[in-house]
Design a protein around this ligand. Structure first.
Ligand code: GBH
Length: 467
């Protein structure tokens, strides 16, 4: 099948996250996380599903790494579950938890694949939540301590570290929208959580540097925001949303400043009492790379209070409303498929933040209704089209000068899709949740062929350059 050509230096991989794939939640001395609690709260997750078993990756990681090796990836991105390493989020590390990641890293390396490690993909130890979670400053200190423990143990073998995955979700989906753990809906605490997550990132980056653990970055999910019309009101709505979705993270980290329109955006929601002198210096320290997760654009219109659909309002109310894209395909997440916006986003970020470090696309992929046929084959042409077209957009962004070094498909496996549970499938590999068997889909074979020709091109270039 046809596939775009990307620069030979680009590295490729797939990504997963601990709670979404591991299962084994009561094993190896793991403590409970906020997602265990959230899943057990009636009405929170579709069909009452949990990550208790998930893909059973905790026991089957060997099989999963073999699938990665056969796929031919350069990189594998996974996350460490904090409550496996520190069951209560503080104090002495749990040797069994560290031993699991030790084995996983060695298995990945043994397959000739480079591990890219995310320290936090949303599974906060419940004991820390009980003390205020991300709403309190102490959690940033606890995260720094945890990061140092993992760096000291794995820093001799892991060369790329991601502090946080999508802190937007931890702060706002978790505390203002309430669709992620811990599932509260309050404005001021969500803003405090955002600040403490930024601080946690900065402190952890400092610990990783001190442990000489290699390259350090953070994964953000910048949204590509489009106004529903050319009206001043809709454009202003997009600018408010840009602050909520993107600038809250990008401005402190890459400009060393809080967004200059935040008073207008938050009104009297934010008193800034959680900010201390020196925080911005900790937050803004230089990074080796930026991780970007991208799936789909968002279209917005201005929605003054009186007009707005109250049920769609969140505790960080910025008077905007989402507008549907018409006439385009939507994935089973209900997300519009508009690949060109991927290039537009990257070029726009590059322009707004001229000093960005090199970028890794740490997630991109699609959820499809991919049932197997009689022979067990999954013909997920929608996913193949999605990946091919987004890779073509990536090539366009790189040609336009954006410095992208790597790309990860979300995800290797079908897995626990948070509040949606198991019926949203993002995997290149189908997981049969009854038997826990893995079945590569057509998209897996397509990606493998793409990687084979990419490696051939890379080898050809190396020969031409006489290296
Ligand atoms: C990523 O988030 C995650 O990193 C990954 O774990 C996940 O599996 C993957 O994408 C696919 O979803 O219900 O209105 O509050 C992507 C960004 C942001 C998408 C939060 C879902 C929920 C919005 N996510 N969003 S809402």
């Amino acid at each position: 099948m046809d596939a775009p050509t990307l620069p030979a230096h680009l590295q490729f991989g797939t990504a997963t996250a601990a709670y979404q794939v591991e299962g084994g939640v009561h094993e190896g001395g793991r403590g409970p996380s906020i997602w265990d609690t959230y899943c057990r709260t009636p009405g929170r997750v579709a069909r009452g599903e949990t990550g208790d078993i998930a893909c059973d990756h905790y026991h089957r990681y060997g099989e999963d790494v073999a699938l990665l090796a056969d796929l031919g990836v350069d990189l594998y991105r996974f996350s460490v579950a904090w409550p496996r390493v520190q069951p209560t989020g503080r104090g002495r590390p749990n040797p069994e938890g560290l031993a699991f990641y030790d084995r996983l890293v060695d298995t990945v390396l043994g397959a000739g694949i480079e591990p890219v490690l995310t320290l936090y993909h949303w599974d906060l130890p419940q004991a820390l939540e009980d003390e205020g979670g991300w709403r309190v400053r102490d959690t940033a200190h606890r995260f720094a301590e945890y990061s140092r423990i993992v760096a000291d143990r794995l820093g001799d073998r892991v060369n790329r570290w991601i502090t946080l995955n999508e802190p937007f979700c931890s702060a706002f989906v978790g505390h203002a929208i309430g669709r992620h753990a811990p599932g509260t809906r309050e404005g001021a605490p969500a803003l405090a959580a955002a600040h403490h997550l930024l601080l946690a990132h900065g402190m952890a980056a400092g610990e990783l540097r001190a442990a000489a653990a290699g390259e350090v970055g953070i994964t953000l999910n910048p949204d590509h925001l489009l106004p529903a019309s050319d009206s001043d009101a809709d454009r202003a709505a997009v600018e408010r949303a840009r602050t909520l979705h993107n600038r809250v993270w990008f401005d402190p980290i890459f400009k060393g400043a809080y967004p200059d329109n935040e008073d207008e955006v938050w009104g009297d929601m934010a008193d800034g009492s959680y900010r201390a002198d020196g925080d911005l210096e900790i937050i803004a320290q230089p990074l080796d790379f930026l991780g970007v997760n991208y799936y789909r654009p968002i279209m917005l219109r201005d929605a003054p209070h009186a007009e707005a659909d109250i049920s769609a309002r969140t505790a960080v109310d910025i008077r905007t409303e989402q507008v549907d894209f018409e006439g385009v395909r939507h994935t089973t997440m209900g997300w519009p498929v508009l690949p060109d916006t991927f290039a537009d986003l990257l070029i726009d970020l590059d322009r707004r933040y001229p000093n960005l470090p090199p970028i890794l696309i740490t997630e991109n992929g699609s959820a499809e209704d991919d049932r197997p046929d009689e022979t067990g084959r999954v013909r997920d042409t929608g996913r193949v089209d999605y990946l091919r077209d987004h890779l073509a957009a990536l090539a366009r962004a790189i040609e336009a000068g954006v410095d992208v070094r790597g790309y990860f498909v979300w995800s290797l496996l079908d897995n626990f899709e948070w509040a949606y549970g198991y019926d949203r499938r993002f995997g290149l590999v189908r997981v049969d949740y009854e038997r826990l068997e893995r079945h590569p889909k057509d998209s897996y074979h397509w990606y493998r062929d793409f990687l084979t020709s990419h490696r051939a091109r890379r080898a050809g270039e190396a020969v031409r350059q006489g290296s």
